[in-house]
Design a protein around this ligand. Structure first.
Ligand code: PLP
Length: 386
């Protein structure tokens, strides 16, 4: 039989989904597994959102709608982006999509063979595989713990060149919990103008910040002309299964993305869009109470990590992860396997986020306080046993 494409063969499976599947399999076999590898809020989707979806289904919002998104939702999002993110945009600058698909479409729209794309290292697991699809070369940008996991501008200056077409930015960051300062964003903005590259700014964790302010790079100078801002409902509103997010970008980019959306997923289901409208209009207090609960867990988990000899961690300023350095002579994939099989605790190996993540594990605190504490105890025992 003839081979599948080289491009598809080069794509690695998702390391985070692998751990999830292994946890499920071990649980089915009767093992007691605590999962600190999850990338989604453990809270239920707020009730008004669920009710809005039910009502929309009853009212017949069950057919194709505009590929760009329903006008009332795009208006609402434009208003939110204007007010909260300081972007001077209108509905024509918004495309309702699935967040991950938005990253895929943006990469397809901008990148091609011969281009270079700069991705954060450590950075979210899907950026590099998505760039492989486009044929562009991905170039990792170091974000070191000693710099609070903000990208090194010195390193960026070394790797940027005439072929650089796009830089992927993710603040607040998965997996590190870094929330970039204005100084870092300004330096990136300056280089983007000098070298004429686009920025894909993934701001999906913007609502989950602790004692820091989230800044959208598109609000700096003329960056709105060259920035594709990605956001979504998954993390802020506990809506991971609903599959909805949006892109804010200059009109000509939105028009291009819309073509790709028309030829791929067509549109986001309308009853999901109606639910998202309710999320934006009515659920800011729900978001705030989830953020407060995450913050309590963050503080407690960091307190516990601080007592351990086997882990060290930068205090995360956003998202719901602790990116912890472990003291043991083992690679992070083997460590994650050891912890889940021998000690019943699932974490994500740091190496899954790029070479810069090796020597770390990502611990998610999107779990109950009881499970977080029990999970940390198991991690401590598991690493000490080596
Ligand atoms: C940094 C980051 N960007 C994008 C996504 C994708 O979001 P969604 O599941 O809403 O497509 C995720 C999900 O884990 C993420 O962590």
């Amino acid at each position: 039989m003839r081979q599948i494409s080289r491009r598809a063969r080069r794509i690695p499976p998702s390391a985070t989904l692998r751990i999830l599947q292994l946890s499920k399999q071990l649980r089915r076999e009767g093992h007691d597994i605590i999962s600190l590898s999850v990338g989604e809020p453990d809270f239920r989707t707020p009730e008004p959102i669920v009710e809005a979806a039910k009502k929309a289904l009853d009212e017949g919002y069950t057919h194709y709608v505009s590929s760009r998104g329903m006008p009332e939702l795009r208006d609402e999002i434009a208003g939110k982006m204007k007010e909260e993110n300081k972007l001077d945009v209108r509905a024509e600058n918004i495309l309702v999509t699935i967040a991950k698909h938005g990253i895929f479409m943006s990469s397809e729209a901008i990148l091609q063979h011969g281009d270079e794309v700069i991705v954060p290292d450590p950075g979210w697991v899907s950026y590099t595989p998505i760039s492989i699809f486009t044929g562009a070369r991905h170039v990792p940008l170091l974000a070191r713990e000693e710099d609070g996991f903000e990208p090194s501008i010195e390193h960026l200056t070394e790797i940027v060149n005439g072929k650089t077409k796009m830089l992927v930015l993710n603040t607040p960051s998965n997996p590190t919990g870094a929330v970039y300062h204005m100084k870092t964003l300004k330096a990136i903005a300056d280089l983007s103008e000098d070298y004429d590259f686009y920025v894909l700014s993934d701001e999906i964790y913007e609502k989950l910040v602790y004692g820091r302010k989230h800044i959208s790079i598109a609000s700096i100078g003329n960056m709105h002309e060259r920035t594709i801002t990605l956001n979504g409902f998954s993390k802020a509103y506990a809506m991971t299964g609903w599959r909805i997010g949006w892109i804010t970008a200059p009109r000509h980019i939105i028009d291009t993305l819309d073509k790709i959306q028309q030829q791929t997923i067509t549109c986001v289901p309308p009853f999901v869009q109606m639910a998202a409208l309710t999320a934006l209009r009515e659920c800011s207090s729900h978001v705030e109470s989830m953020r407060k609960e995450f913050n309590k867990r963050r503080v407690a988990a960091m307190g516990r990590v601080g007592e351990m000899m086997v882990l060290d961690a930068y205090t995360p300023k956003g998202a719901f992860y602790i990116f912890a350095r472990y003291h043991a002579d083992i690679n992070s994939f083997d460590l994650a396997e050891h912890l889940i099989r021998e000690y019943g605790v699932a974490v994500t190996p740091g190496g899954a986020f790029g070479p810069g993540g090796e020597g770390y594990i990502r611990i998610s605190y999107a779990n109950s306080m009881k499970n977080i504490m029990e999970g940390l105890k198991r991690i401590e025992k598991g690493i000490s046993s080596l």
